[in-house]
Design a protein around this ligand. Structure first.
Ligand code: NAD
Ligand code: TDX
Length: 335
């Protein structure tokens, strides 16, 4: 099978390529990536230059219709990860979120429609808005979209385009909305790698607001295994929520990191809150578990965090340049 992986040089997409390279030896993959600040070229180096030719890289924009048309025509399946992904950036400058996430998805859908190819669209639980801390409900596939931020509104818009193209044009598509990912190769702008690398560099972790906001954490390999399960076992036209029952508030996460990294439990700063900061996300993944054989393998969040800390410890060359640029941006934003 010939697979076009958009955004395959970013965090989740690169983990997807590295993992399926081993588990699906009959897939040849082309990564289409704009190589924004969020892409790490060295991440894919091992598979791009292994002599097999099974993974290739095209530097380009998903919003470039001519390029996307050519590439889609040449592949059987598109797995669409490419997006601007960081909320704080979208609050600072929303334009690329509209262009890449909405217009980019539209252009891909048009190519998929013209060439009658299959697409799996990757999205987020943030499209559903947020929950109260004591809300007994979790998000399901029938929760109405209600996004709060430029990022989540752009992802909800893209999801609605995919659903409309399924209904109006009958394209062969599936969608997944996943909760917060953690694991190796995540950009240091994101919560967990920012705190790990802060501690490694002798700086205190930074918690927005009170630290009480809750996220539902899942290991990136569990996310990507679920994506493969949906591609292979899911029903066309359907949406699947992906989550691993990993709800923790941000302070709890920081305290686990501090303990694992031998620092005092109160060694953190409370900093300015994020405007419009969603309070809580929580996923009910029973449809996915009913319809596929996927089950999360990283049930122990603490063990997953320990492995992630070790990866950042061993790979300082990978993150150090991005770290100083990222912290300059946070200093400007007062976060
Ligand atoms: P990331 O920012 O680490 O990587 C995104 C990649 O997309 C980068 O390599 C970037 O260069 C590329 N890209 C951006 N705009 C592009 C464009 N116009 N054309 C081609 N490539 C472009 O993001 P991530 O965390 O790996 O997220 C990947 C996908 O998963 C996104 O669609 C995101 O919405 C979704 N998602 C992320 C999470 C999470 O916790 N990180 C959770 C659920 C869903
Ligand atoms: O320094 C920080 N301190 C802090 O308290 C940072 C960077 C974040 N936070 C908080 C904000 C959130 O409550 O931690 C939580 C997680 O923040 P992010 O890592 O920025 O993730 P979030 O905004 O929840 O969105 C993430 O999950 C859903 C991804 O970035 C999205 O791409 C995905 O769709």
């Amino acid at each position: 099978m010939r697979v076009l992986v958009t955004g395959g040089a970013g965090f989740i997409g690169s983990n997807f390529v590295l993992r399926t390279r081993d588990t699906r030896s009959d897939w040849s993959m082309t990564v289409l990536d704009k190589m924004t600040y969020a892409a790490h070229p060295e991440t894919l180096a091992q598979v791009l230059h292994d002599g097999s030719g099974m993974v290739t890289l095209v530097k380009g924009d998903v919003a470039d219709q001519a390029l996307v048309d050519d590439l889609v025509a040449d592949h059987d399946l598109v797995v669409h990860f490419a997006a601007e992904s960081h909320n704080d950036n979208g609050l600072d400058e929303p334009t690329p979120f509209i262009e890449s996430n909405i217009v980019g998805t539209f252009r891909l859908l048009e190519a998929v429609r013209r060439h009658d190819k299959r697409i799996h669209h990757i999205s987020t639980d943030e499209v559903y808005g947020d929950l109260e801390l004591d809300d007994p409900y979790r998000f399901t596939e029938s929760t109405p979209v209600n996004p709060s931020s430029p990022y989540s509104a752009s992802k909800a818009s893209a999801d609605l385009l995919v659903r409309a193209w399924i209904r109006s044009f009958g394209i062969r598509a599936t969608l997944s909305n996943c909760s917060n990912n953690y694991g190796p190769r995540q950009h240091v702008e994101k919560f967990i790698p920012r705190q790990i690398t802060n501690i490694l560099e002798g700086m205190k972790p930074k918690l927005y607001g009170s630290g009480r906001n809750v996220r539902d954490w899942i290991h990136v390999d569990d996310h990507n295994d679920a994506v493969v399960a949906i591609i292979e076992q899911g029903r066309l036209g359907e949406t699947y929520l992906i989550g691993a029952d990993g709800e923790r508030n941000n302070l709890q996460i920081v305290q686990v990191l501090l303990e694992l990294m031998q620092q005092p439990a109160d060694w953190y700063d409370l900093v300015n809150d994020r405007p419009g900061h969603d309070l809580r996300y929580a996923i009910d993944s029973s449809k996915l578990q009913r319809e596929t054989d996927w089950r999360p393998r990283y049930a122990d969040l603490r063990a997953g965090l320990e492995q992630t800390i070790e990866w950042y410890r061993q790979n300082a060359d990978w993150w150090r340049t991005a770290k100083s640029a990222t912290e300059r941006t946070y200093a400007r934003l007062g976060r």
